[in-house]
Design a protein around this ligand. Structure first.
Ligand SMILES: [Zn+2]
Ligand SMILES: [Zn+2]
Length: 71
């Protein structure tokens, strides 16, 4: 008998500030979110380091390029 898996089921991470998608088998995308939500922390932004929550990197990139050109 084949078990029917919930394939591709996605939902948002349960931590409010987080923009990540997790599978329906998970609640949080990371330990960070689990911990933050558990402590009812009021954060301005999720810091789970996943792409959906990452800060815009354009500025960092420009700095890196600038440094490279002065070498
Ligand atoms: Zn996040
Ligand atoms: Zn998350």
């Amino acid at each position: 008998m084949a078990e029917i898996m919930d394939v591709g089921g996605k939902r948002k991470c349960a931590y409010e500030q987080c923009e990540c998608q997790v599978s329906t088998l998970e609640i949080y995308c990371s330990y960070y979110c689990s911990d933050a939500d558990d402590q009812q922390e009021v954060e301005l932004q999720c810091d789970c380091k996943h792409d959906p929550c990452a800060l815009p990197e354009a500025e960092n990139l420009r700095v890196a390029l600038d440094k490279g050109s002065t070498l």
